[in-house]
Design a protein around this ligand. Structure first.
Ligand code: AMP
Ligand code: MG
Length: 404
């Protein structure tokens, strides 16, 4: 049997980071930047008011106080977006709005709350020091500054700064397009009635959703019957739009294993027994002229999900130009019950992770640990990772936990 680490290492050595391409700003969410982005101008581009109030010369309001108010004539009204050139002479004020350019000569903004809000003249009852409530040109970034580095995952704020520096397009690594295929003669689409011996296909939904949660684009290509030729036809049809393919089922030791039967003769996909529970049978390799990576996951619903988390998710991150989280970002928690695990396999027990009475992280395995028990997986929020050489753990020890 092959170790989990060796299997993952082979996968990561095989999958390639996707080539960069230019996309429209709106399409960049969830992609990874493939260039350093600089700002063509300083930001803010001009000195402007941070508040609604009055632009003044600080010296003119120096003595303003509740008992010694200062009254100044209001000479202008300056709104945000106003491109005219204004000036405020000594002893004068301009009414100014947030984001409006500072008039020449003014060196402070008195917030409207410190005044009587007058239109033709304003009475000010509190002094504002020089520079008060002014946002200076270049105080966010200077012209030519790098605002985002290559390798940055574009979320809302990153997309915002692309727009904020005037970008219409960006060079990014796209989100991998991942096609998900279920195999199994017993599978029926949810919503249709079950015949005898049939079950509803859940894997294609779970895996497509897991792909999307990982930041890639998931395409659910539906169910293929247990027939190697039909599987190859469907695979062929789907390859045109795939950066990766995930299949579920048909990879173990039984009689109708269409994925194994169809892919083994190609010589580019290997089927292995990986020392893990759940999820022992695993296939991985490349298919088609473009050498598209294919993950042939086992059919049991919990096995395919755990396999996705361990092997597919890190691979998708690499394809996207991100660091594969191979350590699976585990946390440490204390067990509330004793645990058992098979010798020689790394096991991933479905569990609930929470806080104990003293505030420390505690973890409790769910009752049903069968690899077909999807409801138990859905009730769990974590996997307890038990190393290969450990077969039993008492209550109250610290273990590694992968939050889900
Ligand atoms: P297989 O790996 O094809 O031998 O399937 C192993 C087990 O997982 C069988 O009990 C299948 O019925 C079940 N199974 C396979 N594919 C799916 C699926 N897409 N949704 C739910 N259960 C599945
Ligand atoms: Mg099957």
């Amino acid at each position: 049997m092959r170790s989990v680490d060796d299997h993952l290492a082979e996968i990561l050595a095989t999958v390639r980071t996707l080539a960069p391409l230019e996309v429209e700003l709106e399409r960049s969410l969830g992609t990874t930047l493939a260039e350093d982005v600089k700002t063509p101008v300083e930001l803010p581009p001009f000195d402007n008011s941070a508040m609604d109030g009055y632009a003044v010369r600080a010296a003119d309001v120096e003595r303003a106080g509740p008992d010694t108010p200062v009254t100044l004539p209001v000479v202008e009204d300056v709104a945000a977006g106003d491109g005219a050139l204004y000036a405020v002479g000594p002893g004068l004020a301009a009414r100014i709005m947030t984001g409006a350019p500072m008039p020449a000569g003014a060196d402070a903004v008195v917030p409207v709350e410190w005044t009587d809000a007058g239109r033709t003249s304003v009475t000010i009852s509190r002094s504002a020091p020089e520079g008060h409530a002014i946002r200076r040109a270049g105080e966010d970034v200077r012209e030519g500054d790098v605002v985002l580095r290559a390798g940055t995952l574009i979320g809302a704020a990153q997309l915002g700064i692309l727009a904020g520096v005037g970008r219409r397009r960006a060079l990014v690594r796209p989100r991998p397009r991942v096609v998900v295929l279920s195999t199994g003669a017993e599978l029926v689409e949810p919503g249709l009635p079950l015949g005898s011996g049939q079950i509803w296909d859940s894997n294609s939904y779970t895996l497509t959703a897991a792909v999307r949660e990982s930041g890639a684009e998931g395409f659910r290509a539906g169910v293929v019957p247990d027939d190697a030729a039909a599987f190859l036809d469907q695979l062929d049809a789907q390859l045109v739009r795939a950066d990766a393919v995930i299949t579920s089922g048909g990879v173990s030791m039984g009689a109708y294993e269409p994925v194994k039967e169809a892919l083994t003769p190609l010589g580019t996909v290997r089927f292995e027994r990986v020392a893990m529970q759940p999820g022992m049978p695993q296939g991985f390799g490349v298919v088609g002229d473009d050498q598209v990576p294919i993950f042939a996951l086992p059919g049991n619903p919990v096995s395919s999900f755990v396999s996705f988390m361990l092997f597919v998710r890190p691979a998708l991150r690499k394809m996207q130009g991100l660091t594969p989280d191979t350590a699976m970002s585990t946390v440490r928690a204390t067990t509330t019950t004793g645990l058992r695990s098979p010798r020689g396999k790394r096991s991933f027990l479905r569990a609930t992770l929470g806080r104990g009475p003293d505030g420390g992280a505690v973890v409790t395995p769910v009752q049903r640990q069968g690899s077909h028990q999807l409801a138990a997986l859905a009730a769990a929020n974590a996997l307890v990772v038990i190393p290969e050489d450990v077969t039993e753990l008492p209550e109250g020890v610290t273990v590694d936990v992968m939050p889900l």
